[in-house]
Design a protein around this ligand. Structure first.
Ligand SMILES: Nc1ncnc2c1ncn2[C@@H]1O[C@H](COP(=O)(O)OP(=O)(O)OP(=O)(O)O)[C@@H](O)[C@H]1O
Ligand SMILES: [Mg+2]
Length: 343
């Protein structure tokens, strides 16, 4: 029995060995030679069916048919997402001069010779004022932009002293605007706050009244200098970096139109027109432009170029500023003390 067993076992081992060496043998499993089960050497490709049973169709959730939405179909209401406005423009309040805020100004007197009682500068600004009045007799003239080709020629100096000269004459109501928004300086000469000012107004961030200021007597008890009593000031403001965009803003034109009925003169300082276009833009809204050339400094070509830049505006003429030997008139003609009461 054990020999038979041994023989069978040996035959089985031999058979297995042959089958492994020659798979064709396995394909003849039905002929009785190969006794190995099919599962060991599959004759057919392995069935790679997924092990998970397929989900019966009935169990897949059916999509809700669009047609079942009850009619009438309410329009989809998409609630607007509230967006905070970038800049909240205050509603422009009606301009009332009596409501203009007052500040204690600390004027830089040595730069404001037109506040003095007498002297060559007082006389020259009085003379310039008369020329402007003569222009007005012939043309519409209330708003004057003071300009020049280059920096340091005296635009701000002339603008503020001319405005004071206007203001001390018959208590003219005068508005002085610092239109040199890039390098505002008039607030320093007046010792006044820099803003809110023109940039805030043009950007829609301040109303006219919020930008305007006038002088208030200080604690010293001294009365205000005559030339400051009826002077109203709009400083350049605090957003100097936006000057280029703002100067072309239509709000400047509206500003001039809105305030004109309340003032006798409007004087606007500006930046140098040969370098930046701000002054040219503001000039379009003014009745005339007063050009400045500095004695011994301003070159003819610079002045010509400035004139060309302002060709779209009415140029009133040139002021030759800071000449070495200005004509002396005051003392000679006996005007000393003339303007102690009124200029
Ligand atoms: N007639 C003058 N007498 C004395 N000082 C003057 C005179 N004109 C101008 N200045 C002085 O010269 C300097 C330059 O003047 P100002 O600031 O008015 O020039 P500007 O043309 O406005 O210059 P910017 O374009 O840089 O604003 C100032 O210190 C000013 O006080
Ligand atoms: Mg200036």
């Amino acid at each position: 029995m054990s020999k038979i067993y041994e023989a069978l076992r040996q035959a089985e081992l031999d058979s297995t060995k042959r089958t492994l060496e020659d798979p064709i043998v396995s394909q003849n499993a039905g002929d009785g030679v190969n006794t190995m089960p099919d599962a060991v050497l599959p004759a057919h490709p392995v069935n790679l069916a997924p092990t998970a049973a397929p989900i019966p169709a009935a169990s897949i959730p059916q999509p809700i048919p669009v047609a079942t939405i009850p009619a009438p179909i309410a329009p989809l209401h998409v609630a607007p997402i509230p967006v905070a406005p970038v800049a909240v423009a205050p509603v422009d309040e009606p301009f009332a001069p009596d409501n203009i805020q007052q500040h204690v100004w600390v004027p830089s007197l040595h730069q404001l010779p037109s506040l003095e009682h007498r002297g060559a500068a007082v006389e020259q600004f009085r003379s310039l004022r008369s020329r402007m009045q003569e222009f007005r007799d012939l043309n519409t003239l209330k708003s004057i932009l003071v300009s020049s080709g280059l920096p340091q020629e005296g635009k701000s100096f002339v603008a503020i002293n001319l405005a004071i000269s206007f203001a001390r004459h018959k208590a003219n109501r005068v508005l002085l605007i610092d239109g040199d928004m890039r390098r505002a300086s008039l607030h320093k000469l007046l010792g006044a706050p820099q803003g809110p000012g023109l940039t805030e107004y043009l950007a829609g961030k301040a109303t006219l009244l919020q930008t305007m200021q006038r002088a208030k007597p200080g604690d010293s008890g001294h009365p205000l200098p005559h030339g400051l009593i009826s002077l109203v000031f709009i400083p350049g403001g605090l957003a100097a970096d936006k000057a280029a965009d703002l100067s072309g803003n239509r709000r400047f034109n509206r500003l001039i139109e809105d305030v004109s009925p309340y003032f006798d003169w409007i004087v606007v300082d500006s930046s140098p027109v040969n370098l930046v276009s701000d002054g040219v833009n503001l000039a379009r809204s003014c009745d005339g432009v007063l050009m400045i050339a500095r004695g011994g400094t301003t070159k003819y070509m610079v002045a010509q170029r400035a004139l060309a830049e302002l060709k779209a505006s009415k140029v009133l003429g040139f002021v030759l500023n800071a000449v070495e030997n200005p004509p002396q008139t005051g003392g000679y003609y006996g005007y000393d003390g003339y303007d102690k009461i009124e200029d």
